[in-house]
Design a protein around this ligand. Structure first.
Ligand SMILES: Nc1nc2c(ncn2[C@@H]2O[C@H](COP(=O)(O)OP(=O)(O)OP(=O)(O)O)[C@@H](O)[C@H]2O)c(=O)[nH]1
Ligand SMILES: [Mg+2]
Length: 316
């Protein structure tokens, strides 16, 4: 087999921990074992006991007390500490040869978009521990129920995707709320119908532009056009619907993840890199690689995958 790790990421409350539990429960019914890894130093409880738990190394509560930091600064500190203490992680990972890990991440979006911390960790897992990786990014259906919110959610997903550069699956979570037609936003506006919502799963650029223009001042129409163009050019923004309460829905997502992982078997192995280079730098100074080159390489690979099948089927 090999070593596989699925990172479950996304904004606060998007359903990450619920999905981790649902995936583990579903895997158990198939006779498969998935181990839970908790990377959230502020997590309180889990349905399954984590096999690896960052809280054994550091907790957000202690950091906030001792370092006099707020929750966000404290979280960044916890991740820096983890990356400075990778020997702890080495020890934890030692017992998991040939295993499938599901990694529950914190909900602070800046971790995915503004810092290189998670990227450092992913590089470490793939280069030093030969993990095949896949990242899920969850967005809640009822926060993406109109075009302006769809833009905001999609751009955050895109920004995280470019920052992290691993096989990627966007997930629109809590789709059962759409099915049930529950009130969407907490502002009390009615949720769009299921069919209307589904068009956001694989958005049509023309419809998106029309809808965005219909609800904005004409001064912003060219901005709408550019945003839609950007989303369309990337050809990466589509969402897999998820209802974590449905075994079928969780099963479909697990198959999708398996497919993304499997496809990496066909890829060329990565050259081991000097771990000294993976020092954390939040100031944007010495980046691991030049951003443009990384982005070009990522886009090129994506185009190749899409042209040749491979993980082109995967919503990334
Ligand atoms: N209806 C519905 N509720 C869900 C679903 N998934 C999660 N929830 C609910 O959403 C809330 C947040 O879920 P969590 O799994 O804790 O979300 P999270 O992303 O781990 O949250 P943080 O770790 O705080 O960022 C809980 O009340 C869940 O029961 C779903 O598929 N459908
Ligand atoms: Mg959680």
């Amino acid at each position: 087999m090999g070593r596989y790790a699925v990172l479950v990421s996304g904004p606060a409350g998007s359903g990450k921990s619920t999905l981790c539990s649902a995936l583990i429960a579903h895997a158990n019914t198939l006779g498969r074992t998935i181990h839970l890894v908790n990377l959230d130093p502020a997590a309180e409880r889990f349905s399954y006991t984590p096999s690896i738990d960052v809280r054994e190394l550091i907790t957000l509560e202690d950091v906030m007390d001792e370092m006099k930091l707020g929750p966000n600064g404290g979280l960044v500190y916890c991740f820096e500490y983890l990356l400075e203490n990778l020997d702890w992680l080495d020890e934890q990972l030692g017992g998991f040869e040939d295993d499938y890990l599901i990694i529950d991440c914190p909900g602070q979006i800046e971790l995915y978009t503004h810092t290189a911390l998670l990227q450092g960790l992913l590089t470490y897992l793939s280069v030093s521990h030969s993990f095949r990786l896949c990242q899920l990014y969850l967005l809640e259906s009822h926060f993406v129920d109109e075009v302006s919110k769809f833009f905001a959610g999609t751009l955050s997903a895109m920004s995280a995707m470019i920052n992290l550069e691993v096989p990627w699956i966007n997930v629109m979570s809590k789709m059962d709320l759409v099915e049930r037609g529950e009130t969407a936003s907490r502002l009390g506006r009615g949720l769009r119908g299921k069919r209307e919502m589904e068009r956001y799963l694989d958005p049509d650029p023309l419809l998106l532009t029309e809808e965005a223009n219909a609800s904005t001042n004409p001064r912003f129409h060219s901005l709408n056009q550019s945003l839609v163009q950007l989303i369309d050019d990337f050809a990466m923004i589509n969402f897999m619907p998820l209802d974590a309460t449905s075994e079928d829905s969780v099963g479909a997502l697990l198959s999708h993840i398996d497919h993304a992982m499997q496809s990496q078997e066909d890829e060329e192995p990565k050259e081991p890199r000097d771990m000294d280079k993976f020092e954390v730098d939040e100031g944007g100074g010495d980046e691991l690689e030049d951003d443009e080159t990384r982005m070009e390489a990522m886009l090129e690979r994506e185009m190749e995958r899409r042209a040749g099948g491979g993980i082109g089927d995967v919503e990334i």
